[in-house]
Ligand binder design. Structure first.
Ligand SMILES: Cc1cc2nc3c(=O)[nH]c(=O)nc-3n(C[C@H](O)[C@H](O)[C@H](O)COP(=O)(O)O)c2cc1C
Length: 435
């Protein structure tokens, strides 16, 4: 295979590693955005196409019915708003795509459309939107609701939401800015149109009050795993980021999305499917394996932290289930659990959450050469488009981990023609979608 792959890196605007070897101990390092801005520069100069900034707005207390362990282990808090960080990363880079997460359940469509349009200007055409619908009751309780909408209903609303914001982005014709000195006219008002959108759940008059965006609209990223999530992705996504398990799961997922896109009349090649990975890199394979074992040693704290993470997303309190039994039948079916069950229904909860997590499509442990081999082989079998790095799973992010991937693995991928020195184009959509 000679065609280059696409690469993104997924981060939470949260504390970096602070009490482990190779950590920085000052909270100033992350809370000011310094770490992530520096990381943006490093990604760009290493050939990674985009950074993707996670978001959620909750201080969970599901695990054991208390905030204590969630906060002790910083599962979802403290966290800063990713939008200002996106602007800061954009200002420090020239070609890196910057994808921000914004929820269709929490944002009013007009404010979301305007914020992303502004960010596309600030980054000179490099913004992306990770469409999420949110999952937490505790999040919507900050916005005047008691419980979050039911899963599929959230996606029905999301379809309408995206239709609306796309109309707002199109409410200015591309040549509306005339700056005609003779008549003293800045904008030709005949090229700016109200949208008068009246849907089942949202309405907005429009037009948007920003100039047309450098990219026309942001790149749309999505991570749907469920039927409803995949339908939204098939209708709108330019890039999919997810963690279906193993090569068979990755292929099934990609084929399914491509079929759905075809049914909707979209060219499947206009959406890139990237898979989440957390490569563990060593000088030798044995060295990497030892590192992996150290990272994933199932101390009581490590198991509890994972359970807290799993609880933090929803309503299931994992503190109350028996770790040495399979998933209990009365547990709410979530995409993650459905995927666990698909892989091995008889496995116990402890076995499922042990080792590599559900946030990895492939477990990659080795030297840059052996890992690049596995990535290349996987893409040949799956027919896929690339990878989303994520330093989760084993702990919080360090500069050392970044260096291992960016200065260890990326050069090996470049040698094989699977990566570029830096992104080539100035618009994110061109880096993502052009050859
Ligand atoms: C790489 C990746 C990033 C995600 N980022 C967020 C996020 O920032 N905020 C959020 O609320 N959900 C996030 N999610 C959750 C997804 O939006 C989605 O809800 C999840 O993959 C389950 O799929 P489903 O909604 O179709 O059931 C992310 C998922 C993945 C795989």
């Amino acid at each position: 295979m000679t065609e280059r792959l696409r690469y993104g890196w997924f981060v939470n605007f949260m504390p970096t590693a602070w009490n482990t070897p190779w950590a920085r101990t000052s909270p100033q390092d992350w809370v000011t955005g310094d770490f992530y801005v520096e990381m943006g520069r490093m990604l760009e100069s290493s050939g990674v196409d985009f950074i993707m900034l996670e978001d959620s707005v909750t201080v969970p207390d599901t695990f054991g019915g208390s905030m204590e362990l969630e906060m002790k282990w910083t599962t979802r808090s403290p966290k800063n708003d990713p939008l200002p960080l996106a602007a800061a990363i954009g200002a420090a880079t020239k070609k890196l795509g910057v994808v921000v997460t914004m929820s269709t359940t929490l944002y009013p469509p007009y404010l979301l459309a305007r914020a992303l349009s502004t960010l596309d200007h600030l980054t000179r055409g490099r913004v992306g939107w990770n469409i999420v619908t949110s999952v937490e009751d505790r999040a919507v309780q900050n916005f005047g609701m008691d419980t979050i909408f039911e899963h599929d209903h959230r996606y029905e609303r999301a379809h309408e939401f995206v239709d609306l914001v796309k109309q707002l982005w199109a409410s200015w014709e591309p040549d509306a800015l005339v700056m005609d000195a003779a008549t003293g006219t800045y904008v030709d008002h005949t090229k700016v149109h109200p949208i008068d959108f009246r849907g089942q759940w949202f309405s907005s008059r429009g037009p948007l009050n920003t100039l047309p965006m450098p990219q026309g609209r942001p790149i749309i990223a999505q991570a749907g795993m469920s039927n409803a999530g995949r339908d939204l992705a098939a209708a709108h996504a330019d890039v999919l980021v997810s963690a279906p398990q193993g090569i068979a799961g990755m292929k099934l997922y990609r084929d399914d999305i491509r079929e759905r896109m075809e049914r909707l009349g979209r060219d499947p090649d206009t959406c890139k499917v990237l898979y989440m990975i957390t490569p563990i890199i060593g000088e030798t394979v044995a060295d990497a394996q030892a590192k992996w074992r150290r990272m994933y040693t199932e101390t009581d704290d490590a198991v509890q932290r994972k359970l807290a993470l799993m609880s933090s997303g929803g309503r299931i309190d994992w503190a109350k289930y028996d770790l040495d039994q399979p998933f209990p039948p009365d547990v709410d079916e979530t995409s993650a659990i459905a995927e666990y069950r698909r892989i091995a229904p008889e496995r116990t909860v402890r076995e499922h959450i042990g080792g590599a997590s559900q946030s990895e499509s492939l477990t990659l442990v080795g030297t840059p050469e052996t890992i690049a081999d596995e990535m290349e082989e996987a893409m040949e079998s799956v027919g896929g488009d690339g990878f989303l790095f994520f330093a989760g799973g084993g702990g919080l992010i360090t500069r050392r981990y970044l260096t291992e991937v960016l200065d260890g693995l990326m050069p090996e991928l470049k040698k094989r023609g699977l990566a570029r020195d830096t992104p080539e184009h100035t618009l994110f959509k061109d880096n993502l979608l052009l050859g």
